[in-house]
Design a protein around this ligand. Structure first.
Ligand SMILES: Cc1ncc(COP(=O)(O)O)c(C=O)c1O
Length: 350
């Protein structure tokens, strides 16, 4: 018998969205990737870092990602000591649990949101408590004083789409005895964000990623913004070379090209609004979204039937078997052309 820890032996593990091997033959709308390529400055920076013979790759990357922290700090208006870079925001979510929740202690999050928080807690041996949502998109039954060590709030919420209002998050920060982590993976597609709460509350952490709005899911770059004491703690437990050289070069170039980012997000928001209207016109129920995805429910509330119909037509969306979500599908926003084809497929499926 392999002497596994009991919690590892009994856990299922997270199942990420399907990445088909023959990717070019699909309209891929299942993992909220960006349909547009990254900024041309990113490609230039990667090639420059690589050089003609790749010799730079012999040498370890900067362990502290200092340059990235400076560029991100300038962009967000924080000293670099308030910023930590991560190998995708998943890495920093993991390290937040490791830093703040010991075995047997509690972490919490909203269900439905990002179930990976639960997987990370299982690995740590932390207890998980989930909270539902009310009809007016607030957390159901959130205690006056929440004693869990970390509470994760996905805002905008994925897979549903709406953001939580700033005043409400501000109140949650006061009610959390432990850390309140605002997972702002989709913030760049939204009308507002809650970054200013990091300055207002010592227990607030904001996580961001370059995977979605910056079109860099394949490079694995995320970050967290929090008080320097929190950042220093996270810094102790991360892998010391967590961002490779090419990712570091890409990150600096991407963050510096804000004009490209804005235009890319504008196009996606525009397509999102167009697609929402079209879906409603064929009887779908669509939750207003602040992200680069929609949660849409067909008239017969059989999300799996429509998912299968789309799959047969080489359109890949995300269906969740969870009873709270099985009636609908999460559909990432692709290019206008991809969404027109998806709409035509939905009309055909009926
Ligand atoms: C809510 C949420 N948080 C975190 C992540 C992870 O992002 P990253 O690619 O930065 O690890 C995702 C990815 O889909 C997500 O949807």
């Amino acid at each position: 018998m392999i002497p596994l820890r009991q919690n590892i032996a009994s856990m299922k593990g997270y199942i990420p969205g399907y990445q088909p091997p023959d990717i070019a033959s699909w309209i891929k709308l299942n993992t909220n990737e960006n349909p547009y390529p990254p900024s041309p400055e990113v490609v230039k920076a990667i090639l420059e870092e690589l050089g003609p013979d790749g010799a730079a790759l012999r040498i370890y990357p900067s362990a502290s990602s200092q340059k990235l922290r400076e560029v991100a700090g300038e962009l967000y208006g924080f000293d670099p000591s308030w910023i930590i870079m991560a190998n995708g925001s998943d890495e920093v979510l993991n390290n937040l649990i490791r830093a703040f929740a010991a075995e047997g202690e509690e972490i919490g999050y909203v269900h439905p949101s990002y179930s990976y928080y639960g997987t990370l807690a299982e690995v740590q041996g932390a207890r998980v408590r989930t909270f539902g949502l009310t009809g007016d998109f607030r957390i159901a039954g959130f205690p006056e004083r929440y004693e869990g060590k970390v509470f994760f709030l996905t805002t905008p919420n994925a897979p549903l789409g709406p953001s939580f209002p700033l005043e409400y998050i501000d109140e949650l920060a006061r009610r959390c005895a432990g850390m309140l982590v605002l997972d702002e993976t989709y913030a760049e597609f939204a009308e507002s964000n809650a970054l200013e709460l990091v300055r207002r509350h010592e227990n607030v952490v904001v996580t961001r990623t370059l995977s979605k709005s910056y079109s860099l899911a394949g490079m694995r770059i995320g970050l967290a913004i929090a008080r320097p004491e929190v950042i220093a703690a996270l810094d102790k437990i991360r892998d010391h070379y967590n961002l490779d050289r090419l990712a570091q070069a890409a990150c600096v170039a991407a963050l510096r090209d804000q004009a490209y980012l804005s235009e890319c997000c504008r196009r996606i928001r525009e397509t999102r609004e167009w697609f929402t209207t079209e879906l409603r016109s064929i009887g779908y129920d669509v939750i207003p979204s602040q992200g680069n995805y929609l949660f849409a429910t067909p008239p017969d509330r059989d999300g799996k039937r429509v998912y299968d119909g789309l799959y047969a037509r080489k359109v890949l969306v995300r269906h969740f078997s969870d009873p709270l979500l099985a009636h609908g599908m999460r559909i990432s926003i692709g290019t206008r052309e991809e969404m027109e084809q998806t709409l035509a497929a939905l009309k055909e499926i009926g």
